[in-house]
Each structure stands twice: as C-alpha cells, then as structure tokens.
Design a protein around this ligand. Sequence first.
Ligand SMILES: C[S@@+](CC[C@H](N)C(=O)[O-])C[C@H]1O[C@@H](n2cnc3c(N)ncnc32)[C@H](O)[C@@H]1O
Length: 91
Amino acid sequence: MAPSASKEDHSAMYPVELPSWFIRLLTKENDIVLDPFLGAGTTAVAATLHRRNYVGIELKKEYYEESLKNINEIKNIMQKKAEHKIKNSES
Ligand SMILES: C[S@@+](CC[C@H](N)C(=O)[O-])C[C@H]1O[C@@H](n2cnc3c(N)ncnc32)[C@H](O)[C@@H]1O
C-alpha cells in the first residue's frame, strides 16, 4: 500500500487501509485498539471507522493535534452519514 502523506501531513503517515485490515482481522466491534506511536492518528481513524475504541500515545504535540483533527474529521463524516441514513429512512 502506498504511503498517504501529503506535504502538510505527518512525514511517516501510512494509509488507513493498513490498520483497517489488521483491526478487522484481529478485533471485534467495541474492542480497544492501542497505538503507542500514534503519529497523525491513522490507527485511531481506522478504529473509529470500524467501530472500535482506541488509545493513542504520541510524543510530539503537533502530531497529537494533527491526530485529533483527523479523528474529528472522520467522526464528523460518520455522523453526517448516520444522519443522512436516518433522514432517508424517515422519508
Ligand atoms: C512512524 S510515526 C507513526 C505514523 C502513524 N502510523 C501515522 O500513520 O500517522 C511514529 C510516531 O511515533 C512517535 N514517537 C516516537 N517515539 C515515541 C515515544 N517514545 N512515545 C510516543 N510516541 C513516540 C513519533 O513522534 C511519530 O509521530
């Protein structure tokens, strides 16, 4: 899988498909996924996507903040999709 980093991203960011594959293989919904080297939060994003909980550890504040941004982005997308689904089921 190709790296997913753009110029602004964490320099060693991996594609979300990579942790997704392991998370789906090794865990169940609501399990906890630990990434002790969180970086831009790709593992936490994948965990969120697959409805797992996560714990992340990151040394650098700027990467921690980038991870929060990425996690919130995916949570917002999932929230909007869920609202859209409810709206469509009501009409
Ligand atoms: C290869 S990057 C992880 C990238 C991540 N997989 C992603 O997709 O964004 C490793 C990260 O571990 C962090 N790190 C290195 N040593 C650490 C330590 N002792 N405790 C916590 N984080 C550490 C670095 O700051 C770096 O962001």
